[in-house]
Design a protein around this ligand. Structure first.
Ligand code: FEO
Length: 168
């Protein structure tokens, strides 16, 4: 059985993951509207990942005998100045997600909740890859600068990204 404190913290994280999904869906829509189909696909995959994260926590709460409490999802930003700005905001967002999972892990220690501690390890590890992916995209966008042909090449590459649900 999960403690009320951990149940509340995990429910808050379900909400934050769903907000993250919304945030990336908004960027995907923006990219589609300015003709960057590959960038739109990159953010759509990000949206799918966040939905997967939310549902992974949702299922864990149920499996532990907790109660899922769905909360209102905040409206995400809708307009962005450039692809670089979107990826910079993505990095800031993912750093906040990392901070939150570290806090959740801290709580699992305080609560002596070993099942949650082990469960949360997956997310702590996942965040390393999440931040690395975004950092790589930022580096490449900086390299490209204002060059349209470079942006076009990156757009083609981002069009090939696909969502693969993790099995472990
Ligand atoms: Fe669910 Fe991108 O962290």
């Amino acid at each position: 059985m999960i403690s009320k404190k951990m149940e509340k913290a995990l429910n808050d994280q379900v909400n934050f993951e769903l907000y993250s999904a919304y945030f990336y869906l908004s960027m995907s829509a923006h990219c589609a509207s300015i003709g960057l189909k590959g960038f739109s696909n990159w953010f759509m995959v990000q949206y799918q990942e966040e939905t997967f994260h939310a549902m992974k926590i949702y299922q864990f709460i149920i499996d532990r005998g907790g109660v899922v409490h769905l909360q209102a999802i905040n409206e995400p930003e809708q307009s962005f100045a450039s692809p670089l700005e979107m990826f910079t905001k993505t990095l800031e967002h993912e750093q906040e997600v990392t901070r939150r999972f570290n806090e959740l892990s801290d709580l699992s220690f305080v609560e002596k909740d070993h099942a949650s501690r082990i469960f949360l390890q997956w997310f702590v590890t996942e965040q390393i890859e999440e931040e690395a992916n975004v950092n790589e995209a930022i580096d490449r966008l900086k390299m490209v600068g204002k060059e349209k042909s470079g942006l076009f090449m990156l757009d083609n590459e981002f069009a090939t990204r696909t969502f693969v649900a993790p099995t472990a």
